[in-house]
Design a protein around this ligand. Structure first.
Ligand SMILES: [Zn+2]
Length: 362
């Protein structure tokens, strides 16, 4: 009887207090398309950085990103990751230490990758192409947006024009600004107006993916203006420069995105509604191949090891353990349940799905 009373008490307290057992009130979730764990953990690749097929001005690139020591090199490439997240958060996926993060979808390319990440479903075969099909599954973004507490407080920004379909913008009601879409509304800031103008004037190298600076600055403006509870930002350049075989551009994008994330975090930590209440999670949708010198450009089942992934996490419910250097195994299918758990929102799928990461402070 006492046990039952205690249980009722706990449940009642949980309901009265509102949401979760965690300190997290806001989440910024970020993906960097196809950024390899190899570059994150060891910095610029010693062969690729000077390879004439992949780099136009090796001297400039070497000067910017090279050092014989991989620990110095990685900090040159992604200083926010190694100066801030490594001090205050946790980083997973350095396979040289046995820390493994893998995909749990059978395709190893983007739409199935983001579907896994955002729904948590394991081994799905319904989403098996990058075609613009409205997602039949409900993402964690949609489930959180459907709660009374967070309704209208979820937003997504992406460089790839398939995101409105992945998140099913029409059904979910979540604003998804992606591809070459301008921002609209009656309350545009001067910066948003200027971004809209520039976006039509600066040519993108690709027809389905815009340059990440647009995605980033649109997202920053939204963050400042609407203060969402859950913001998803999907950067894309690293993958497309990879496919183009431009290791110089790929590295420069990795660095720039690191600095974009730094800017988001600095704003978060300067705003009283976000400071010390925000969890930052950064992940990737897939790795890149290792079977052959040219394989880094590609990913998919025919490209060995392109199911190798990584993630970083930092916030009030994560201990400052830095880079995880022991054997462990996680999957991209676990972020959705983790986001739901941190927000205190029940989350299930009719299909097998990944469990929340067991790394949160209780
Ligand atoms: Zn790709």
């Amino acid at each position: 009887m006492k046990k039952i009373l205690l249980l009722v008490g706990i449940i009642f307290t949980a309901i009265v207090l509102g949401h979760s057992q965690y300190k997290t009130e806001k989440i910024v979730f970020i993906t960097m398309d196809g950024l390899r764990w190899q570059d994150l953990y060891t910095g610029a690749d010693s062969i690729l950085i000077r390879h004439k097929d992949y780099v136009e001005h090796p001297d400039v690139l070497v000067d910017k990103f090279w050092n014989r020591d991989p620990l110095v090199r990685r900090e040159k490439l992604m200083p926010f990751f190694w100066n801030t997240i490594a001090k205050h958060g946790q980083l997973y996926g350095n396979r040289k230490h046995g820390s493994k993060v893998d995909l749990a979808n059978p395709y190893w390319f983007s739409y199935p990758g983001y579907n896994e990440i955002l729904t948590g479903i394991i081994g799905d075969t319904v989403i098996n192409s990058n075609n613009k099909i409205p997602n039949p599954y409900t993402t964690v973004l949609e489930v959180i947006n459907n709660t009374s507490m967070h309704s209208g407080k979820v937003a997504a920004f992406g460089s790839w024009d398939v995101f409105p379909y992945i998140i099913n913008e029409e059904r979910s009601g979540i604003p998804v600004n992606a591809g070459f879409e301008p921002v609209t509304g009656n309350d545009l800031t001067e910066k948003e107006k200027f971004l809209n103008e520039l976006q039509t004037q600066i040519p993108s190298p690709w027809h389905t993916v815009r340059l990440d600076a647009f995605t980033h600055h649109y997202a920053m403006e939204h963050l400042k203006k609407y203060q969402p509870d859950l913001l998803y930002v999907a950067y894309g350049e690293t993958d497309d420069f990879g496919h183009d075989g431009r290791y110089d551009h790929y590295l420069n994008s990795a660095y720039t995105t690191d600095q974009f994330i730094k800017a988001i975090w600095e704003w978060v930590q300067s705003n009283p509604d976000y400071k010390n209440k925000t969890t930052l999670i950064i992940a990737t949708d897939h790795g890149r191949g290792t079977n052959g010198i040219d394989a880094w450009r590609s990913h998919g089942v025919e490209w060995t090891n392109s199911d190798e992934s990584w993630f970083a996490i930092m916030g009030p419910d994560v201990e400052a353990k830095g880079e995880i250097k022991h054997a462990c195994q996680y999957y991209n299918s676990q972020y959705a349940a983790t986001i739901a758990e941190l927000m205190g929102v029940p989350y299930t799928q009719d299909k097998k799905m990944g469990e929340a990461l067991d790394i949160l402070k209780k």
